[in-house]
Ligand binder design. Sequence first.
Ligand code: MN
Length: 201
Amino acid sequence: MISHANYPFQLPALPYAYDALEPYIDRKTMYFHHDKHMQTYVDQLNKALAPYPEYHSWTLEQLLSRLPELPEELRTQVQNNGGGVYNHDLYFDLMAPAGQPFPGELAEAFGGEDNWKRQMKSAALGVFGSGFAWLVRDASGALKILALPDQDTPLALGMQPLLPLDVWEHAYYLKHQNLRGDYIDSWFQVINWAEVIMRTK
Ligand code: MN
């Protein structure tokens, strides 16, 4: 996991082929999203950190959990580009070829699969502009769904990130154009539930 890596950060390989999530997420979107958009976040984060050797030993998770400790001129760069690296690493890792069953413990926590989907979709559709919907575990240990703008992370709020849904237009525009809801329905088909459940342990 890139969350435990430190400067200089490197783009992790996509854990499956670009077309592995077809027809739900298309090859072209995956290529630009991973190789171009995520690469840019990696490059910008490294560029921002280069003049600050005192933070080169900090892991990405430390940087994002301790934003208030960073110098002001570095903080926004880490929040946006470090968040971009962290969020995309999780987003790509937590998708897989379609067909994994919805986990029982989530069904229990949210009153069934349909209720979970309804809440996640509502949070994702409610993001004005760019951002993510998140399944998280909060400080009390409860499973929650929330929406965060831009590349903000639940780490900065003291919550454990479990599953991100990227609703920046670059995540769906090539295939779905303006239809964010259609993309969300497609994304529901390709969640890597086995990995999500590992993260909740
Ligand atoms: Mn993205």
